[in-house]
Design a protein around this ligand. Structure first.
Ligand SMILES: CC(C)=CCC/C(C)=C/COP(=O)(O)OP(=O)(O)O
Length: 563
């Protein structure tokens, strides 16, 4: 049958209301509250004060004049606080200078190695920055039998600092694997038995760290968590604290403005009337993108990414849910051709999606043309093509009721999960450090991209939604693994948790210098993984935001911090 005759047959069956695999997603819980943004009038004074405070803090982060281990230790502590308070992005050059200086001065061995807290902090901060300091230093804390010293149990701050440091480990660093087990066990004991001399305050810190280590936390949420903690510390730097609060509120204003812009675009598309089967999750989606980068200079990138990602969600719901296999074949073909002339091939309801993908790309092309960067769109178009081809393979499996092996499923599912594409899209409008090599590198699915995608896929599948279980959905990684190996769900979940940790080790290794692309660019895949911890722990918080997720969104986008 020719394409045009198959299309008219499809349109006919569409009119006759063909029986489809449809799920009615609940409407957005946010209504229209982010549609209108009213700019605050008093913002200029706050911006001015923030600028002044920034300069004061900058002076404290200068490495010149800071000689000797004591002062270097103070610098490390300050960097830690600046990062936790969410303002490190203002001082990237100073932080790089300080850490490079400390790395060069002490090489692989930290001078203050008798102090577990400071050694662990040194290790974590340098590794985070990509400096490959050796974990061998931690053998010092073991006895002749190879066990961690019992005396460490009394050093709660040291154990907490070591616990956080272990999450920077790479494959083969057994001393850190063991240190993680040791600290997890003893810190867990401390909160269970309430044996903490500093009482509830430190217990809360331990509890939060055990729930989620710093390496996996989102910088914005960490700032929210840490600002009130820092406020209670006698040794706090008030300039830094005020800067953190002002900066948080100023960013919140910018983010609200962007969300309003995006909400208007979404409303104008009239998606909910034209493709009512799709999820209306603009606010949750914006939270997702904000996790990738929140800084003001990435505003254009956020808007572009938001538009594309929401179209990808419609695609996901079309391939996973609403579209018939025949319609999906036609749509996939149209995407491979990437031309407005394909509109006639498509069933009516798919036209909006196709047209808007072309529109968003055209809009991006106009912006990139001025900078000579349109090559970036060629790479991402190829990725969109691969993405839809892989979605189609899954649709075929559903159609044929085929359950692949775990390996076969994963080879398709780490593409269909969308992260290789989303990660690449996150660089399209960046002006800093991105070159054509970045795109060439990304198009080969490098290990850090594969690891991020695999973690997302496993977490997403483990949190499989009720609607996905009930309808005819592609077998998930959990189901494929259970069937192939004849094992229980619990066993599979346990194995996946280990696989997720192993892939974090890959991410850590790929972040050590020398890196394939400039080190700061790697924050994009890292943050894409971090946000999965929020979105896919204890359910699918993107589709059905739970209480905690709603709280995060309100704190980031609705309620300012009291300065
Ligand atoms: C920033 C945004 C909005 C990204 C959206 C990414 C995406 C396509 C998610 C689909 O989730 P899913 O859990 O339905 O995926 P799948 O159907 O593959 O399991």
């Amino acid at each position: 049958m020719s394409i045009s005759s198959s299309v008219s047959a499809l349109n006919e069956s569409f009119k006759q209301n063909l029986v489809r695999n449809t799920v009615n997603f609940s409407p957005s819980i946010w209504g229209d509250q982010f549609l209108i943004y009213n700019e605050r009038k008093d913002i200029a004074c706050e911006e001015q004060l923030a600028r002044e405070l920034k300069e004061k803090v900058r002076k404290e982060l200068l490495v010149e004049g800071s000689t000797g281990p004591t002062q270097h230790m103070k610098l490390l502590e300050l960097i830690d606080v600046v990062q936790r308070l969410g303002v490190a992005y203002h001082f990237e050059d100073e932080i790089e200078e300080c850490l490079k200086h400390i790395y060069v001065t002490y090489g692989a061995i930290w001078i203050n190695k008798n102090n577990l807290e400071s050694t662990s902090l040194w290790f974590r901060l340098l590794r985070q920055q990509g400096f490959n300091v050796s974990s061998g230093i931690f053998y010092k804390y073991k006895n002749e039998n190879g066990n961690f010293l019992e005396s460490l149990r009394d050093d709660i701050h040291g154990m907490l600092s070591l616990y956080e440091a272990t999450y920077m480990r790479v494959e083969g660093e057994e001393v850190l694997d063991e240190a993680l087990e040791f600290t997890k066990y003893h810190l867990g004991n401390i909160i269970q038995k309430h044996i903490c001399s500093n009482g509830a305050f430190l217990e809360t810190q331990i509890y939060q760290a055990l729930r989620q280590p710093l390496r996996k936390r989102l910088p914005r949420l960490e700032a929210l968590r840490y600002i009130p903690i820092y406020q209670q510390q006698d040794s706090r730097n008030d300039d830094l604290l005020t800067l953190a609060k002002l900066d948080f509120n100023l960013l919140q204003e910018l983010h609200r403005k962007e969300l309003s812009q995006i909400s208007k675009w979404w409303k104008n598309l009239d998606v909910m009337n034209k493709v009512p089967y799709a999820r209306d999750r603009i606010v949750e989606g914006y939270f997702w993108i904000l996790a990738v980068y929140f800084e003001p200079q990435h505003s254009e990138s956020r808007i572009f990414l938001m538009k594309i990602c929401n179209l990808l969600v419609i695609l996901d719901d079309t391939y996973d849910n609403y579209g018939t296999y025949e319609e999906l074949q036609i749509f996939t073909k149209a995407i491979q051709k990437w031309s407005i002339s394909c509109m006639d091939m498509l069933p009516e309801y798919m036209k909006l999606i196709y047209q808007e993908i072309l529109n968003v790309y055209k809009e991006a092309e106009d912006l990139l043309e001025k900078k000579g960067n349109t090559y970036r769109l060629c790479y991402t178009k190829e990725m969109v093509k691969e993405y839809t081809q892989n979605l189609l393979i899954e649709a075929k499996w559903v159609n044929e009721r085929y359950i692949p092996t775990f390996e076969e499923y994963m080879s398709v599912a780490i593409v269909s999960v969308g992260y290789p594409l989303l990660i690449m899209l996150s660089y399209v409008h960046r002006d800093d450090l991105v070159t054509e090599d970045t795109f060439k590198w990304l198009s080969n699915y490098p290990p850090i991209v594969k690891a991020s995608s695999l973690i997302f896929r496993l977490m997403d599948d483990t949190a499989m939604r009720k609607d996905e279980r009930e309808r005819n959905h592609v077998a998930s990684s959990v189901e494929c693994y259970m069937k192939e190996h004849e094992v229980s769900k619990e066993h599979t979940h346990e194995l996946f948790s280990k696989l997720i940790e192993d892939n974090w080790k890959v991410i850590n290794k790929e972040s050590l210098r020398p890196t394939h692309i400039p080190e700061p660019l790697l924050m994009s895949p890292i943050n894409f993984v971090r946000v999965c911890e929020i979105l896919y722990t204890g359910g699918d918080n993107y589709t059905h935001a739970g209480k905690e997720m709603i709280g995060y969104i309100k704190s980031l986008l609705v309620t300012p911090i009291t300065v």
